[in-house]
Structure formats: structure tokens, C-alpha cells
Design a protein around this ligand. Structure first.
Ligand code: SF4
Ligand code: SF4
Ligand code: SF4
Ligand code: FES
Length: 654
């Protein structure tokens, strides 16, 4: 794309042809107020807040809908421009409830920010006595979203994100002109994907998330980027919390692979962390009952059970991190234990490795638009990976990629499906060039997989994307975890179960059971020894997503009770057994890298701008919170304290 040179307020910048004036100005660090413009959405130039002067063009022009031209001269700070910003804001404030001190959005509200920056500092429009603002009732749209029509600035971002990005169209505008209102499609409660994107793009407090409402002001919340653990997409979530509690999950367009898309599980599933059934102490069976014991006693009991067992099997969850799976597999290897998981992912990838000598998906999520056809092979996309559904829609819109379905159709993609595709050698031979097959590793049949892999190996323009069901099930194959056979497990002395599992009861052929788990459930109740395990967000670790991308997630909140990360649990057990084990995050990751380089490689070019998975900076030991550690470094706080001490002397109340 060719570059053009523009001058904005006497500063020159070179930007790609087609760039919007508002984006070019942003690159120069200039703030142009805007409501209806959003970088993720099609410009509609509706609010008229972003007007600027452009030499050679009449009047003022919307910077959000005007593309730069070579030699263009733009002015964003003339009296005319600043007056226009002020007038638009004045009009909005005429009817806006000035509820800032008790508004959930204060501190991140764009109306608040722009009014502060551009004025007016006194509302000039006349309000008839008794009519100070709109007085509509606040609506609870759903358990997670609420809508206050009084705070709506009519930018239509919510309607557009729901339609253009989410492909849901759950929100509409009712009526026109002065009566223009946002409403749900049904006119009643919201029926939608509950992705929360409408609340995320709303510039004011009109649409707000219900979870976390009025817990803390925005500026009191810390920010942590973490990797979502609810599916194999590997979305980056912006966790906002304080003192170890999570207030809400936000998105950031510029960070992560999900381009600000988050599904309802990722956005609202954070309360699992504080669920009342969390395990907080190790449990040991004594006189038929599970009783709380110290870690020391639990580790000693584990050592006794393991050394007394002749046959050991391990069952690992695909939600454990790379480091945790590695350490768990090391423990099992030291006892000649068989390695199982509940996921078929490891088996499918191993199958591919044997057939093609390669490991995992051939393409990434951001390459979907390079295909002309995408075949969804018996995959319920929205159940498995909701953000992949959004990526598929975006690819279909952007490049015109045609979506086909083989087997079970995806309900939410139904209207986008161009036709059916039956997988056999004839159809594959005549499949259009540039076809991507998207397969569900838990459901794909061996016959179909063989045929697709043959096509992929013979046609360099064909690709395969293995969609993993869990956040790290892609790593299971590297460490040799294979799906647990559905028939009864043969007689075994000890089963060690690690991480969140679907298994609800201990198999009858298992004599003893050790489990690391985060919640009380039937499997835990049937165990002989239970280690309370930390959840993602409470621990650091690397996760390999469906594309084969290794991403590092850091600690964001302290661990519940006395729980430990699985990595620490299995290191401690190995130490108790006298086995050699790496114990710092760097040692662990180095050993994994040396022995399993495939976990950090991809089958497609990696963009140079992409960050390599970071090496953990923290140790895996239970984190401690250092509250207020840096507060004494603040000059303002010191002055404030002095002021308080001083005012006490003169105050009649002290
Ligand atoms: S939560 Fe998502 S799907 Fe529901 S209305 Fe908002 S943007 Fe649309
Ligand atoms: S509810 Fe929010 S996003 Fe939707 S039109 Fe109103 S201000 Fe804009
Ligand atoms: S798509 Fe998957 S990784 Fe992304 S937010 Fe949803 S559950 Fe989490
Ligand atoms: S932001 Fe440009 S017209 Fe609304």
C-alpha cells in the first residue's frame, strides 16, 4: 500500500493511503473527540463531534469518515473546530443526567473526558424548570447487562458491534429523530450471545456490566493481561481487580490474538475463582472421611501411596499449563505410570505427526481470510470456540471466503453457510484451491481425517486447523497423554488425577486415588488424598492454543486458601519421592524447550511483531501480596499526610 504525506496542525506524518484523518491525528498524539467512531466499526459520521478543518474543503469535515490524501492540510485546533466540539458536547449535556459521582462509568466515560478537555464548563442550554434531563427507567437487559437510556449519546456503536462483529443483531434503534432510542430486538429482555461487546464499546455508562457494578471506581482497579482458560482459542483478557478480587473482564483491541473479541465465558466466567466450593486445604481420607491436613502431611501421604503402588496411571486435564503437564508427566515417568487424558487432542495430533511428520494446525486464526473456501468438519463452532465463529464471519466478509459444512452444521453460522461438503476422495480431489478444513479434534473420524491429511499433504494451498476443546489440550500430545479408553481401566493400584476433569466418579478398578482439584465434586469425594489446586489467573504458565501458538499467562490474583499451582504440587511430590526435578520457572521452561521444541514452533510464518512467549519473571512459589509497598514513594501522598497531620491540630473534631 502506498504512503501519503499529510500535515496536521503543522506536523507532518506519512500514513498508508486510505487512512482516516482521525487515525492519522491519533498517530501524532492528537486528541480529536468522537463518539460514533470506533476503530473496530464502520464509520457512520453520525455524532458530528470529530469535525476538523481541511484545506480546500468546505465547512468542517468529519475526521472519522474522511480519508487522508497526499498533501492534505488538516487543522484540529482552530477556534471554529474547538467551538464545534463544545457545541456538540453542550447539546449532549442538555439532556444527559450529570450523575458522574454515582455513575459506574466515571473515570472511563468519554463524555466526561471530552467535556473536561474541550468544554463546555457550564451547560448553556436552557432547561425548563423540573425537566433537567431524560427520565427513563433503567433496564436490566439480562443478568449481566443493564441499560440506562438516559446516559445514551446515540452513537450506535452498540448496534454496530452487535451486527458487524458479533453477527447477532440483538440491538436495534427504535424510531427516529428526537425519539431515537436503543432497544433490544425483542423490545424486552436481551436474547443474544452475551459477549458484552456492546458494553465494552459504549462510550458512556449507558450499557454496563452487572457483575462488579459499584464495587470500585475505575481508577482503583489494577490491570492484568491473562490468557482465558475456557477454550482452545487463547484469548487475551484484561482482568480488572483490586486486592485479589476480580471486578470485571475487559478487552483490549491492541493486545492478544482475539482483537478485542471475548465470548460470554471469557467475559463473565471469572467468578469461578471465588466459588463457595473452592478447596482451600489438602484433604486426606481417615476413617472413611476426608479430613483437612497440613501440606506436609499430605505430601508425606502421597509419597507413601506412590511408593506402595506397583501400577500407577495419571489422568491429566488439558487445562493445565505446559509447565504443569511437563512436571506431571515427569512424575508419572519416574513411576512407569501410563499417561491418559480425557481429550482426544493428543491422539489426533499424534496421528497427524505419523502421517505428515508435522505437528498441529497449518494456519493461524489471522490467516482465515487467505482462503477461498473454509470447510467446517462436523464442528459446533459456537459451542467450542465462539471467537473462532467471529473470525470466520470476519474472513467471509473481508475476503469473500465461502463457508461450507461437512456433518453437523453450526447453528449460529447457518445463514453464512454456502453449501454442504461431503468428505471423500472424489470431493477432496475436486475441492477448490485454497481450502481450509476446520476440524474438532474431539469429534473427527479417522477416515475423514486421513482423507483430509492426504489432501493437505499433496496440495500446498490447502490447510487444516485443529480446534482444541481446552486451553492447553494441544500440549497433551507432546507429553504422551492419550485419551483414556472408554472401556473399563484394568486393575490399577493408584490413579493420580491432575487438574479440572469431567470424570465424576472413581473407576471401580482403581484401588487408590490422589487428585489435584480446585473444587469439591464427586471425584474429589471419592479420592484418598486431595491437593487443593490454584486456578488460571492465580498462577503463571504457558498455554498452546488451537493454532499452535504458545502464550504466557501471569499471576493476576492470589491463590484461594492454601491452594498451590499444579506445578508446585508435582515438584513437591517428586522432591518427597527423592526424584530430581527442575524447580524454577526458567529451569522448567528451558527443559521443556529443549525436549519439546514443537510446542514453541508453528507451521506457518510468525509475524516479526508477535511477541515470543515471555519467560516467567515470577517463581512458582505461592505469591505474596505486598500491599502498599510503593506508597511511601509518592510525594503527593506524603504531602497529603502532612496536610492531614497539620489540619488535625486546628480541627475541632480531633
Ligand atoms: S452482549 Fe454481545 S450479542 Fe448481546 S447485545 Fe451486546 S454485543 Fe450483541
Ligand atoms: S447505548 Fe452506548 S453505545 Fe449504544 S448508542 Fe447509546 S451511547 Fe452509544
Ligand atoms: S473464545 Fe475461548 S478463549 Fe476466547 S474468551 Fe471465549 S472461552 Fe475464552
Ligand atoms: S466520531 Fe466522527 S461523526 Fe461521530
Amino acid at each position: 500500500m502506498s504512503l501519503v504525506r499529510v500535515k496536521i496542525d503543522d506536523e507532518e506524518i506519512e500514513v498508508p493511503e486510505g487512512t482516516l484523518v482521525i487515525t492519522a491525528a491519533e498517530k501524532l498524539g492528537k486528541s480529536i473527540p468522537h463518539f460514533c467512531y470506533h476503530e473496530r466499526l464502520t464509520p457512520v459520521a453520525a455524532c458530528r463531534l470529530c469535525l476538523v478543518e481541511i484545506e480546500g474543503m468546505p465547512g468542517l469535515q468529519p475526521s472519522c469518515a474522511t480519508k487522508v490524501k497526499d498533501g492534505m492540510i488538516v487543522r484540529t485546533n482552530t477556534k471554529n473546530v474547538l467551538d464545534s466540539h463544545k457545541s456538540v458536547l453542550d447539546l449532549v449535556l442538555e439532556t444527559h443526567p450529570l450523575d458522574c459521582p454515582k455513575c459506574e462509568a466515571t473515570g472511563r466515560c468519554k463524555l466526561e473526558d471530552f467535556t473536561y478537555e474541550f468544554g463546555p464548563h457550564r451547560v448553556s442550554y436552557y432547561r425548563p424548570p423540573g425537566i433537567s434531563a431524560y427520565d427513563y427507567e433503567e433496564l436490566s437487559w439480562s443478568p449481566v447487562l443493564k441499560f440506562d437510556p438516559n446516559k445514551c449519546v446515540e452513537c450506535s456503536r452498540c448496534i454496530r458491534v452487535c451486527d458487524e462483529v458479533q453477527d447477532c443483531r440483538a440491538l436495534v434503534a427504535s424510531s427516529r429523530g428526537h425519539n431515537w432510542r436503543i432497544t433490544t430486538f425483542t423490545g424486552g429482555p436481551l436474547h443474544c450471545d452475551f459477549c458484552g461487546a456492546c458494553a465494552s464499546v459504549c462510550p458512556t455508562g449507558a450499557i454496563e456490566q452487572q457483575p462488579g457494578k459499584f464495587w470500585k471506581k475505575d481508577w482503583e482497579l489494577e490491570k492484568h493481561f491473562v490468557i482465558c482458560s475456557h477454550c482452545g482459542h487463547g484469548c487475551t483478557l484484561l482482568l480488572r481487580g483490586w486486592e485479589g478480587r476480580i471486578a470485571r473482564i475487559e478487552d483490549d483491541f491492541k493486545v492478544g490474538i482475539n482483537r478485542a473479541n471475548i465470548c460470554s465465558r471469557g467475559r463473565f466466567g471469572f467468578d469461578i475463582i471465588s466459588h463457595s466450593s473452592r478447596l482451600s486445604k489438602p484433604l486426606l481420607r481417615s476413617d472413611g472421611k476426608l479430613v483437612e491436613v497440613t501440606w506436609e502431611k499430605a505430601l508425606f501421604a502421597a509419597m507413601e501411596m506412590i511408593t506402595a503402588s506397583h501400577s500407577v496411571i495419571g489422568l491429566a486435564s488439558g487445562m493445565l499449563s505446559v509447565e504443569e503437564l511437563f512436571l506431571f508427566s515427569k512424575l508419572l515417568a519416574s513411576r512407569n505410570g501410563k499417561k491418559f487424558s480425557e481429550s482426544r487432542d493428543g491422539d489426533v495430533i499424534e496421528f497427524e505427526k505419523k502421517r505428515l511428520g508435522r505437528y498441529g494446525s497449518t494456519h493461524g486464526f489471522d490467516q482465515l481470510d487467505s482462503f477461498e473456501s473454509i470447510v467446517l468438519v462436523d464442528i459446533p463452532v459456537e459451542e467450542l470456540d465462539e471467537v473462532l465463529r467471529i473470525d470466520l464471519i470476519s474472513a467471509a466478509k473481508k475476503s469473500g471466503a465461502k463457508l461450507f459444512t461437512a456433518g453437523r452444521a453450526s447453528f449460529r453460522l447457518k445463514k453464512r453457510i454456502a453449501g454442504l461438503f461431503k468428505i471423500n476422495s472424489q470431493t477432496l480431489a475436486s475441492a477448490p484451491a485454497k481450502t481450509l478444513f476446520v476440524v474438532d479434534t474431539e469429534r473427527i473420524e479417522e477416515k475423514e481425517l486421513s482423507a483430509i491429511l492426504e489432501k493437505v499433504s499433496s496440495d500446498p494451498f490447502t490447510g487444516i486447523l485443529f480446534v482444541a476443546a481446552q486451553s492447553n489440550s494441544r500440549a497433551l500430545s507432546s507429553f504422551g497423554f492419550r485419551v483414556l479408553p472408554s472401556d473399563e481401566i484394568s486393575e490399577v493400584d493408584l490413579m493420580i488425577a491432575a487438574g479440572p476433569l469431567q470424570m465424576t466418579e472413581r473407576p471401580t478398578s482403581v484401588k487408590r486415588l490422589i487428585a489435584s482439584a480446585s473444587f469439591r465434586n464427586e471425584l474429589v469425594e471419592s479420592a484418598d488424598l486431595v491437593f487443593p489446586a490454584a486456578l488460571p489467573f492465580e498462577k503463571s504458565g504457558t498455554y498452546v492454543n488451537s493454532e499452535g501458538r504458545a502464550q504466557y499467562s501471569d499471576i493476576a490474583v492470589p491463590m484461594a486458601g492454601e491452594s498451590w499451582p499444579d506445578a508446585v504440587i508435582w515438584i513437591s511430590v517428586m522432591k518427597e519421592l527423592g526424584e530430581a526435578t527442575p524447580s524454577t520457572p526458567r529451569e522448567i521452561l528451558d527443559e521443556v524447550r529443549n525436549n519439546h521444541p514443537e510446542l514453541f514452533e508453528r507451521n506457518y510464518p510468525v509475524k516479526s511483531s508477535e511477541a515470543e512467549p515471555k519467560l516467567p519473571s515470577t517463581r512458582l512459589a505461592p505469591p505474596k501480596r505486598h500491599r502498599g509497598l510503593l506508597l511511601d514513594k509518592s510525594e503527593w501522598l506524603r504531602k497529603l499526610q502532612e496536610h492531614l497531620d497539620f489540619s488535625k491540630e486546628f480541627s475541632p473534631w480531633f
